[in-house]
Design a protein around this ligand. Structure first.
Ligand code: UT7
Length: 344
């Protein structure tokens, strides 16, 4: 079977306009700006306002990615939406997105893999393209975590934020795409990040409604993250036949600056090759890697032909890494380069 390459040809994000600073939170949560900054690196996050939902953010990010790719929804043949906070338990948010984008009757699926979801979805998209089953796939990571935060629970309330990021992946003859990846899961750590009620194990009733919130054992997740990130990165690099020196930009899950710094240092990646925006968005779960990826594209930190290393971890517990080689013929990137040269 001929395997097809997959190129990222468009990207786009949506960040709610409502910026909530650490000082804003400190007015109603028992915390301080200093504690949040030193323990997590976070300075502010976005929370949705009335009318914004996971589907509206997904659609906005998806439209922006399609526009960047110079495509319309009619060009897509698959939509993947990674989220743990869909508008409804059912239907899947991916069908709401398909309908709102006007992508008629193509396959659309929601992947729920915690904060790791976008990397899982990207790898899934690449498999569909590699086998020839799909040609053009929209991959979205979107999250409205703020609805699941309990303001009195300072161990979670200060850490998370809302947002969405998306990419368009398309079959190409250029030798690029995901050169190596790792998908991992260890369900023995399930209780470390959990929304106990709201599913079928504990349906929401008057008695259980306060348990429809995120509970997290931060210390355990911290230890897990520092254990798996370096390993997932090394394994994906091995599969790609590359070394750390081949990475142009490391784009880790944006949960905590200390975790990012630890993983980069352990892997021997210099700070200038690490994408960090956790200070402005907090932990946006499945939206975190695509938000960081989009910002890296938009701020000129990514060049055609670059090799990116995406690594994420989260609820499950789960982890995933992907070594992504970009094509040299990405029209949107080439246009950005021309515009910069034009300005100079
Ligand atoms: O996407 C995956 C999801 N999650 C993560 O990646 C989270 C990973 N874990 C972390 O990022 C860190 O463990 C946290 C930022 C959550 C916490 O940092 P830490 O250095 O592990 O702090 P800690 O949980 O050990 O708490 C230290 C102290 C405690 O007080 P005592 O027991 O030492 O008196 C907490 O009660 O800080 C207290 N504390 C707070 N104080 C002010 C906990 N949360 C807060 C808060 N403000 N928001």
């Amino acid at each position: 079977m001929t395997l097809h390459h997959a190129s990222i040809i468009g990207w786009g994000h949506y960040a709610p306009a409502n910026v909530v600073t650490n000082d804003d939170l400190a007015q109603y949560v028992d915390t301080t700006d200093e504690w949040i900054r030193t323990r997590s690196g976070i300075r502010e996050r976005r929370f949705v306002s009335e009318g914004e939902t996971t589907s509206t953010m997904s659609v906005a990010a998806g439209r922006a990615a399609l526009e960047k790719a110079g495509l319309t929804a009619a060009d897509l043949d698959l939509i993947l939406v990674a989220t743990s906070s869909p508008d409804y338990l059912t239907p899947p948010v991916s069908s709401q997105v398909q309908e709102a984008l006007g992508a008629n009757h193509i396959g659309a699926m929601q992947l729920t893999v915690g904060c790791t979801g976008f990397v899982y979805a990207l790898v899934t998209a690449q498999q569909f393209i590699a086998t020839g089953a799909s040609k053009t796939v929209l991959v979205i990571g979107a999250e409205l975590i703020s609805r699941w935060l309990k303001p009195k629970d300072r161990s979670t309330y200060v850490l998370f934020g809302d947002g969405a990021g998306a990419v368009v992946m398309q079959a190409t003859n250029e030798p690029c795409g995901i050169l190596g990846h790792v998908l991992g899961s260890d369900g023995s750590g399930a209780e470390h990040i959990i929304v106990p009620a709201g599913g079928t194990a504990m349906i929401p009733t008057r008695e259980t409604v306060d348990q429809v919130v995120i509970r997290m054992n931060g210390r355990e997740v911290f230890k897990f993250a520092t254990r798996v990130m370096g390993r997932a990165l090394r394994e994906a690099l091995d599969k790609a036949g590359l070394t750390v020196d081949d990475i142009d930009l490391f784009i880790p899950h944006q949960a905590n600056l200390r975790i990012i710094d630890y993983a980069a240092k352990e892997a021997g990646i210099p700070r200038e090759k690490v994408m960090v925006n956790v200070q402005r968005y907090g932990n946006t779960s499945a939206a975190s890697v695509p938000l960081a990826l989009c910002e890296a594209f938009d701020t000129g930190r990514i060049k055609p032909g670059d090799t990116l290393a995406l690594v994420a971890f989260g609820a499950g517990l789960t982890w995933a890494s992907a070594i992504v080689k970009l094509g040299v013929e990405i029209p949107a990137l080439m246009q950005m380069e021309e515009a910069t040269v034009g300005e100079a």
